[in-house]
Design a protein around this ligand. Structure first.
Ligand code: GMT
Length: 375
C-alpha cells in the first residue's frame, strides 16, 4: 500500500507513534510518505520505502497567523495526486483531520478517492478539544473520517462524552517494538550517574502542566530520605523552570539530573530502577510503556488510559492524581527489597510485551485493507 502519514514531528507521543508506525509499515514493504513541517524526531536516517514531504508555510506580511492548515491540505492533495496514495492516516485531530477532509474533497472533484484514517491521541480530545473554539470542527472532522481509532478505551469513551461524535471509534492501543528495548543494564553508565550505588528514578515528558512534574520532585525529595537515590529528568517544556526552582527549594539539586530533550530514551531507561508518571490526564502513557519494555516498573496515577497499560502490583503501582504520599509509599515499596524490584522489572517487561509492535501492526493493516476494499 502507499500510505500518507501526517503527524506532529516533535517529541510528543503522537509523533513517536506515527513515526514508529510508518517505519514498521515501510519495513513490511509498504510505501510511506510522511507529510509534516519537519523531519519527525524518531525517523532516524534514510530508510527504504520512506519519503518525506515538507509542509512549508511562507511568511507574508498580511498574515498575523500563518495559514498552516491550508498549506497542509494543499500538500496532502499534491502528495496524494502525484504519489498515488491509497490512503491517508492522520495522527492528532487538530488540525490534521480537518485538513484531510479538505484534501479529500478537492481530490474527489478530480475523481480521486482518498480514504482518511484519523487516530486520536489524547490532548487533541481531553485538553484542546474541550476548548469550545475547536469543538464543532473537531466533531465534524472525526465524523467525516473514513475510520477513526483511539489509543485507549478511556480516550474512546472521552471522545463520545465530550463531542457530538456518531462515528464508530475502534481502539488500537499504542505499541512498542520490544526488540528495541531488549538490552542489558548498562552498569558503566549507571556508575557515572549513581557512583555510590544509588537507585535511579526517571521521568520523560514534554514538561507540560498536565504531567505534574513538580509532584515528581516532591516524591523524590521524600524517597531519598529513606533510599539513597538520583532523579534523571528527560525532556523540556513550559514547567521546566518551576521544576528547577522547586529542586532548589527542596534542596535536591545535587541529586537531580536534567538531560533536556533526547531523541532516544533507551540509554536512560537502561539504567533506571523506577519510572514516575504522576500525570493529571494521560490517554495512554506511551512513555510508561517504553519504560516497561525496558524492564523499568512504573509509578503512575490511575487516570485516563494508564490502568489499561500499567497493572497495579504487577508492572508497577498506581495512585490517585496528586496523592504524593501514596506514590512515595509505592516507590519505597518497590525500592526497599532487591528481590521485589527484580520481580517487578521482569513483570513490567512481560506486561509491555502485550503491546508488542508485532501484535498491533496487523490491526492497522487490517483497518487499511478494509477501507480499500470498501472504496
Ligand atoms: O503527552 C503529551 O503531552 C503528548 C501527547 C501527544 O499528542 O503527543 O501525548 C498523547 O498521545 C500519546 C500517544 O498516543 C499518549 O501516549 C499520551 O498519553 C497522550 N497524552 C495525554 O493524554 C496527556
Amino acid at each position: 500500500m502507499k500510505i500518507g502519514i501526517v503527524c506532529y514531528p516533535t517529541f510528543g507521543g503522537s509523533g513517536v507513534v506515527a513515526t514508529e508506525l510508518g517505519k514498521a509499515l515501510a519495513a513490511k514493504g509498504h510505501e510511506i510518505h510522511f507529510i509534516t513541517y519537519n523531519q519527525p524526531v524518531r525517523l532516524g536516517s534514510f530508510r527504504k520505502n520512506i519519503f518525506y514531504h515538507e509542509v512549508a508555510v511562507s511568511e507574508y506580511p498580511l498574515f498575523d497567523y500563518p495559514p498552516y492548515e491550508l498549506v497542509l491540505a494543499s500538500k496532502m492533495v499534491d502528495v496524494a495526486r502525484y504519489e498515488k496514495l491509497d490512503l491517508l492516516h492522520v495522527h492528532y485531530a487538530i488540525p490534521h483531520a480537518s485538513a484531510a477532509y479538505t484534501a479529500k474533497k478537492i481530490l474527489a472533484e478530480e475523481g480521486i478517492t482518498l480514504p482518511v484514517v484519523t487516530t486520536l491521541h489524547g490532548t487533541d480530545i481531553t485538553l484542546l478539544g474541550r476548548d469550545s473554539s475547536f469543538e464543532s470542527v473537531i466533531s465534524f472532522a472525526i465524523n467525516k473520517s473514513d475510520a477513526v481509532t483511539a489509543v485507549s478505551s478511556s480516550l474512546r469513551n472521552d471522545t463520545y462524552k465530550l463531542f457530538g461524535v456518531n462515528k464508530e471509534i475502534s481502539v488500537i492501543p499504542n505499541f512498542v517494538c520490544m526488540d528495541q528495548f531488549d538490552f542489558e543494564p548498562n552498569e558503566e553508565l549507571r556508575k557515572e550517574h549513581a557512583p555510590n550505588g544509588e537507585k535511579i528514578l526517571t521521568h520523560i515528558s514534554n514538561f507540560r502542566a498536565v504531567k505534574r512534574v513538580e509532584d515528581i520532585v516532591r516524591i523524590f525529595a521524600e524517597v531519598r530520605k529513606t533510599v539513597p537515590s538520583k532523579l534523571v529528568l528527560v525532556g523540556d517544556g513550559p514547567e521546566r523552570s518551576r521544576v528547577e526552582q522547586l529542586c532548589r527549594e527542596l534542596r535536591t539539586c545535587e541529586d537531580v539530573i536534567f538531560l533536556g530533550k533526547l531523541k532516544n530514551p533507551t540509554e536512560v531507561l537502561s539504567i533506571a530502577d523506577v519510572f514516575l508518571l504522576p500525570s493529571e490526564a494521560e490517554s495512554f502513557g506511551l512513555a510508561a510503556l517504553e519504560a516497561m519494555a525496558a524492564s523499568v516498573p512504573v509509578i503512575s496515577t490511575n487516570t485516563g488510559g494508564l490502568p489499561e497499560v500499567n497493572r497495579h502490583g504487577v508492572s508497577g503501582m498506581m495512585s490517585d492524581v496528586g496523592d504524593i504520599e501514596d506514590m512515595v509509599k509505592n516507590t519505597l515499596f518497590l525500592l526497599s527489597e532487591p528481590n521485589k524490584l527484580e520481580k517487578f522489572k521482569k513483570q513490567a517487561r512481560k506486561r509491555a510485551s502485550d503491546f508488542d509492535l508485532k501484535a498491533i501492526l496487523p490491526q492497522y493493516e487490517e483497518l487499511y485493507e478494509s477501507l480499500l476494499v470498501e472504496g
